[in-house]
Design a protein around this ligand. Sequence first.
Ligand code: IVH
Length: 681
Amino acid sequence: MAQLSLLNISGKDEARQRLQVLRQELNLHAYRYYVLDDPILADAEYDLLFQELVALEQQHPELITADSPSQRVGGSPLAQFETVPHSLPMLSLENAFTDDDLVDFEERLLRFLQSTEQISYVTEPKLDGLAVELVYDDGLFVLGSTRGDGLIGENISQNLKTIPTIPLRLHTQDGVGIPKRLEVRGEVFIGLADFKKLNEERGRAGEPLFANPRNGAAGSLRQLDPRITASRPLDFYAYGVSDPAALPCQNQYELLQYLGSLGFKINPLVHLCQSITEVIGQFTQLQSQRSALAYDIDGMVVKVNDFALQGRLGAKARSPRWAIAAKFPASQATTRLLAVEFGVGRTGAITPVAILEPVQVGGVMVSRATLHNEDELRRKGLMLGDTVLVQRAGDVIPEVVKPVKENRTGQEQPITMPRLCPECNQPLIRAGQEAITRCPNPDCPAQRVRGLIHFTGKSGMDIEGLGKKAVEQLVTQGLIQDIPDIYQLTVETLASLDGWGNKSAENAVRAIEGSRTPTLAKFLAALGIRHVGEVTAQLLAHHFTSLARLLLAGEADFLHIEGIGAQVATSLVDYFQDPAVQEMLDRLEALGVRVQEEKPDAGANGALAGSVFLFTGALAQLSRHEAKARIKELGGQVASGISRKVTYVVLGDSPGSKLTKARELGLTVITENEFLRLIGR
Ligand code: IVH
């Protein structure tokens, strides 16, 4: 135990030694207090030690280390957050809403694995906070980031350092067994009692209240000044790592214990279940515990325990196959439907929006909810003035479930769909089987604005400084009408606008400049082609690798791409054949926008890009389904019939006639083991 008196230490060596003792002591006591909730030192004693540390560090600033407790609030305010790529994507989870969904989940797993084995699972409360990643080099915290879009997050290290349950240095016995680099993932949140206190303080200070703990946590983490973050009662539970391969753990349950031993807080309600039936039991139990918990949860995460199995199951584009989020039933409330407004979307779709008497649903004030389209509106049988049931499931956007017909007074009015576009007065059309009514006018101002907002926005080119408000302003002022106009904006023009200054204008123009060489995938997603979102844009980019090649493609070429169906293919053809689009692309080129060629093997997923596989005979070590999924993950393709396009014929047990044909065509035939090596198994 350390001396509690303030010693007068003058020698540098002595100071160094004393500081080391103080750091260890303070870190240990903070750990006991915050993580274990089992303090063995009085607050006043802790404060004395802390004061001694700070005084000594002031005398010897050169002896301050990154893991010193004094460094939790160190940094000065930032101008903005830097972006940081995640070394491995931070995926999200698919949802299960019922017990049956969980049974289906297990059936999917077994089908994928082509197995009937018993699978064990780990269940973890699903905290409703913010996912973050913490990077430790040789045990020292060096970087912390938000999830962002899953691939790229924001560097919020300074803010994360202020959270007392995030270790600045990993605990070990003399540094034994610490990985060179460890990327820990988990949830930052605010407990319910702390949240209440925080809002009370804000109320007294006349500051706006946070709608719920999640918003409070998000708002606190996004502060550029770490001192503000430090004043907020943030907490952290670790639930995983980016890659467990090099760790001394075979499964999720061991990993959680391991993370606990490194000093992280692990949720005590984690369970190891031997069957999906046990998982369902846990779900029921957790639901009954929910209201008594000290923090908000919106469900339970179910993970296949065994890492080898997780590896075999792999991931889809956005979520791993080996985990699912079992969500609690939505929270509901009733309120009145005051009006229905009709919005015009980027593709001209007319969307009815319910205007509601404001009501609290699951901790959030709801006053608007989308009604999606006319069919949905009719199916629900809503009338103006109805009492309606509104629900929110977790972070899902609020929706109107149904009218409460018992409450009708006879005063309710029917809802009529407009026949003319509310923005440009053109007659609306509803084509064929489509549920969507559209404004057919490509020059409709609403569509133009939404299209431009999409182009500059996060799922498009992500041009900082040209957010929704700025784009609306530029369009209203007649400064931009279409995408190429953006590339003609100058600092002078922007700086002369209301609310703009030289600095913001310069920043925006710099951001526009930075967007002149987009990747093909980003550019395609930004165009806002109907039915072409980020995932489809990536497929197209991967396949065609350059804009020039894509522009030569016809419907049949699009249909050949795995994951692209008739609807998307038609939409692509319609779009690129439109003379207005062709003119726009020409103008962009003339203005110096150069869409980059996609490198065929770019990124972690490209190891097999360009290779086409064909299977003949049964595989012994993995199912064909798994093999195919793995190939696709690595950017390769799988052929169903033999042709000269096939790069590798994979030979299984009792091969069929494909082998003879392959030999005739002189194709490369490889064994299952050779194949496994190719896919890195
Ligand atoms: S695992 C690949 N475990 O839920 C696995 N996520 O969509 C992805 N979350 O925002 C995450 N508690 O931050 C996992 N015990 C838990 C979790 C958890 C909360 C959040 C996560 C993300 C979302 C997943």
